[in-house]
Design a binder for this molecule. Structure first.
Ligand SMILES: *[C@@H]1O[C@H](CO)[C@@H](O)[C@H](O)[C@H]1NC(C)=O
Ligand SMILES: *[C@@H]1O[C@H](CO)[C@@H](O)[C@H](O)[C@H]1NC(C)=O
Ligand SMILES: *[C@@H]1O[C@H](CO)[C@@H](O)[C@H](O)[C@H]1NC(C)=O
Ligand SMILES: *[C@@H]1O[C@H](CO)[C@@H](O)[C@H](O)[C@H]1NC(C)=O
Ligand SMILES: *[C@@H]1O[C@H](CO)[C@@H](O)[C@H](O)[C@H]1NC(C)=O
Length: 295
């Protein structure tokens, strides 16, 4: 009884806040659309020691919040983007797509143990019985395949040539569902003005169904395309690669006398074979693009 009282004291403000949001939300969204769950994998199997990712995506959440709890325990694991249970191996990762009013709230369990197995409930606050249930199975065995993530591709590209990167994400039981690319911390979206009309992201599963491969290609590399490219799988594994865009001629000689990092990289694309004619063409292209942009 005393514990419940303490718990209530702790959560009092949250409860009051949620109620306030609820009331103000009611008034503001008089006839707002009901939230709904986007169907995601609801039966996840991992091996002992691996990372389990339980996904929950809600559309039209409005002023409500997403709550994760384990069905067999009565306490709340997380509310919104905050963890409430003091369980070190668990965390939540929230990503938003404002365009579709979608919120993805993933419950991540690192070093999963068989005791983590069970039914997990993703709930929309204040909507009783409105939930998405995910079954987690943690096998007490070693994986037959080690999960892995590799990134390969062009580390050095000259301006106006093509950047090609390949990310290969292998899961222990099955291929991850998706792969996202980031450039200097920003997610790469093909319809973003910076990338539009010259960027292609192509994804396919390898035959055994354990690997998801994503090829990113960016045509007509610009100076701003240089930087860190990160590939992130839906299993929350990430790898990065640094791409240098070379100003034909100058940077190459710098690189050759430079600190020799180049030898550490797996793959290089050097297309420094630009005659004076082609340089002139490059300058023309640059001038044209500047004129087009400033129009
Ligand atoms: C979930 O997956 C496990 C392992 O693949 C399987 O044994 C179980 O029957 C599945 N449960 C449901 C409800 O599909
Ligand atoms: C790809 O990169 C990984 C390291 O990320 C490296 O071990 C592997 O050899 C590379 N593969 C190719 C084909 O370059
Ligand atoms: C991806 O990785 C898996 C596992 O290491 C390997 O079997 C597969 O050949 C790789 N695919 C590509 C395209 O690199
Ligand atoms: C993706 O990249 C890999 C490695 O560079 C290559 O083997 C594969 O053919 C590419 N696939 C497509 C569809 O471009
Ligand atoms: C560079 O261009 C010359 C003539 O245009 C050609 O003969 C040569 O093979 C090219 N070298 C490379 C590495 O493409």
């Amino acid at each position: 009884m005393a514990r419940i009282k303490i718990l209530f004291e702790e959560f009092k403000w949250i409860i009051i806040l949620v109620l306030c949001l609820e009331v103000s939300g009611r008034n503001r969204y008089k006839k707002y659309i009901e939230p709904n769950f986007v169907q995601k994998a609801n039966n996840i199997t991992v091996h002992r020691g691996q990372t389990a990712v339980l996904e929950c995506t809600v559309e039209n959440l409005g002023p409500k919040t997403v709550v994760w709890r384990k069905k067999s325990d009565s306490y709340v694991l997380s509310i919104g983007d905050r963890m409430y249970a003091d369980i070190e191996e668990m965390s939540v990762d929230v990503s938003r797509s404002p365009k579709y009013d979608r919120i993805q709230t993933d419950l991540i369990i690192k070093h999963a143990q068989p005791s983590h197995s069970g039914l997990y409930e993703c709930q929309i606050s204040s909507k009783k019985g409105y939930n998405f249930i995910v079954q987690l199975n943690v096998l007490d065995t070693q994986p037959a395949y080690e999960p892995a993530l590799t990134i390969n591709g062009s580390v050095y590209v000259s301006r106006f040539s093509k950047i090609s990167l390949t990310c290969n994400a292998t899961g222990a039981v099955r291929a991850p569902e998706d792969i996202d690319w980031f450039h200097n911390g920003q997610k790469i979206r093909q319809n973003d003005p910076h990338w539009r009309h010259r960027t292609l992201i192509y994804k396919y599963q390898e035959v055994p169904g354990r690997s998801l491969v994503s090829n990113l290609s960016v045509e007509r590399a610009r100076d701003e395309d240089a930087g860190t490219y990160i590939c992130r799988s839906s299993d929350k594994d990430t790898k990065s690669i640094t791409v240098h865009v070379l100003n034909a001629g100058k940077d190459i000689s710098e690189r050759e006398v430079g600190n020799g990092i180049s030898s550490k990289h797996d793959h290089q694309t050097l297309e420094n074979n630009c005659s004076s004619q082609c340089r002139l063409l490059n300058v023309l292209l640059l001038v044209t693009s500047v004129l087009l942009v400033n129009r």
